[in-house]
Design a protein around this ligand. Sequence first.
Ligand code: 0A1
Ligand code: ZN
Length: 863
Amino acid sequence: MAESRSNPQLAAVRLADYQPPDWLVPDIELDIRLDATRTVVKARLHLRRNGRHDRPLVLDGHGLETRIIMLNGKGCANWPNGDTLTIPVDGDEAVFETEVVIHPSRNTRLMGLYASEGRLVTQCEAEGFRSITWFPDRPDVLSRYRVRLEADKALYPILLSNGDRGAARDLPGGRHEITWTDPWPKPSYLFALVAGQLAALTDEFVTMNGRRVQLAIWTAAADVPRCAHAMAALKASMEFDERVYGREYDLDEFNIVAVADFNAGAMENKGLNIFNSKYILADSETATDMDFDAVAGVVAHEYFHNWTGNRVTCRDWFQLSLKEGLTVFRDQQFSADQGSAAVKRIDDVRALRAVQFPEDSGPLAHPIRPDHYVEIANFYTATVYNKGAEVIRMLHALLGVDGFRRGTDLYFDRHDGEAVTCEDWLKAMEDANGIDLKQFRRWYEQAGTPRVSVTLTQQGGRAELVLRQTVPPTPGQPDKQPVHMPFRLALIGRTSGRRIGDEQVVELREAVTHLTFADLPEPVLPSLNRGFSAPVVVEADTARADLAFLAAHDDDPFARWEAFQQLALSVLGSDDDPAPLVEAVRGTLADPGLDAAFKGEAVLLPTESFIGDAATIVDVEAIHRRREAARMAIATGLESEWWAAYERERTALAGRETALTPEAKGSRRLANVALSYLVTAGSDRAFAAAETQYHAALTMTDRLAALRALVNSQATTAQGARAAVLADFHQRFAGNNDVIDKWFSAQALANRPDVLDQVERLLKHPDFTPSNPNRLRSLVGAFAANQRWFHAADGAGYRLLADQLIAVDRLNPQSAARLAVPLGRWRRFDAVRAALMRAELERIVAAPGMSKDVLEMASRALA
Ligand code: 0A1
Ligand code: ZN
């Protein structure tokens, strides 16, 4: 990398340079005297030389005030050099001890040990443990941990760590201690502790072999009732992992802690998951149906990591998708199993296209197994997670349910207790099934979203389908090879609207594949990539009338939804009349064979950013204008249908407004989509209905939907209502972080020309606390996702973003680096915008003292 020569801070770590650790640490004892301003950490590492060599022990440490360094009970003359400590060791075994002081209350990076709302919590993935003590902080060093925690008992009555709880004891001076022992060897990134005033919702789960597991979800006492949904999801996940994967929990207790300040969604620390509170706390007054589903999905995700990540872990961080792609696939399976599988698949594909596709077609593109990085925190990406999950899903499709299970069984048998690679995973899949995945491995090596172009020609009863695949060039990878993918397809009769013959899973391997079909009773249309069986872009050149036909008749719900999306892309890519969209929506609403949940998805236009991503150059104004016109046409052309749907679904909900059944969720969804179209149409009756719904709502789903509809309305007649509901919402939910985040993001995402001014005003609001990652994302992150107004032609949006990024970097580099992503898309915008975006990236790079997190992102974006 060119930048590594000019800036040594940007030196890359390379997969090709991997070496096994020189020293292993089979056992570690930690003695931690907790205090918010000054915590003392004593560590005793039991070392074992790994193989025959005479290299010294090299340890990682960051920001540690080192007091004592001892080898085999004797003081050491060696002293740290920056972030490394090198100790020559005689003999094959040794005991190495240190004492360091750290300062949790000064830790704004939220890595290592930090303070959140008066509690002390850790985050060690990926490289946070080195901010707690000296250690070979890499995932292939697995240790048994014994941890003594000591703290003031009044300030920190609850002391949690991994594994099994030992006896607690009171100490003089109002202090107390407890020792936790984790029998399962683990890498340092899975270490955790939590100390503070916490109350728990408790429960019990009896595993398939009769282990009684005590479950506890810890939070502020007032929030305990809001943990019930998470608890139910935890028990359901434990049951699912036994039923579907034969995996049982392996400790006597399982603790979850919800914290307000957290860089990511949650963390799978062994036996002590730590969560961003927004993925735990949920009740119908404060959480939307989407929030409830996200809580269940993240709880399941972290629980599933106990096997895919913890019992079998990663050899190095290049293998991150080994645990993340697999675990996302598992949580997706779980959510599909618990609710509507079709709607879940649509949501997952929508998320993939919204975040991963742009990543894969831009300067930050990388394979699911990257081969170099500067800052690993920058690689917790949609590619590693979500495309990684799609790659696992393809294996599932290729091997079938039983073959996939044979593969996972062998993987767990073979590698339990080990730190392994994606190659080990694929080998287990091959060996368990007697197959060859050589070509499939390209998914791990090549970046970029493959394109499959399809043509169908039919003469009488014979049709030929030609599928051509290409993988586009990405940074550092100009030439690509064809990949092996399962491509589900079927034929739909153009006259009958019925499926002709069976669905097939075609395994594409070559650049070009020919398929022929005989004895067709009628002209056919292809239904392609059903269920989104491969994470590709399909280019089929299907006529609009045929897309409309498929949107009305395809028997695969995903393909049916997709046909409307493609129809909308085609219409919105031109200045043509949106009438075909109005007619397609009319048909969907009237179809008695579709449930409300599916209808609620199927009548939504693609987002402006998705429309932009489908074009070579994003025409910000035209996309907005056309989409608004189409929305208005759908709203006014079907106004009586929307009223009917609204009233029907509200009636269906009467008496069960807060139910979380799939039917109730579907009714709320469709009713609220209807409400948003009605408010778009702009009648006083619609504004009144939104206001009434806002005030009478028994769920956050309904209240927020009404608020958003009014906030997005540009009608002057809605102005009073808009201001009133915003003020009411803020006051009603004052002090509830997760809900106040919604208040910020509703305004930042508003479809209104004054958004930039509003965001500037909100940046000065006393509730805007940029040190909190959720709050930063809810205002600045949300604004950057508002394509039309973030990309204001004068560059004011870009300046605002860069200003915030530069300011936040001093507090929290991970938060700051995430804000650089939208600017990296400059190549896809017109020359004027591209220059303005580049200028902000250059300003960021030139700002003094920027973190390597930000410098890596900004320099890749500029390259
Ligand atoms: N392994 C976690 C994700 C995670 C990554 C980094 C974190 O801190 C910066 C925290 C969590 C997961 O997949 O849920
Ligand atoms: Zn994960």
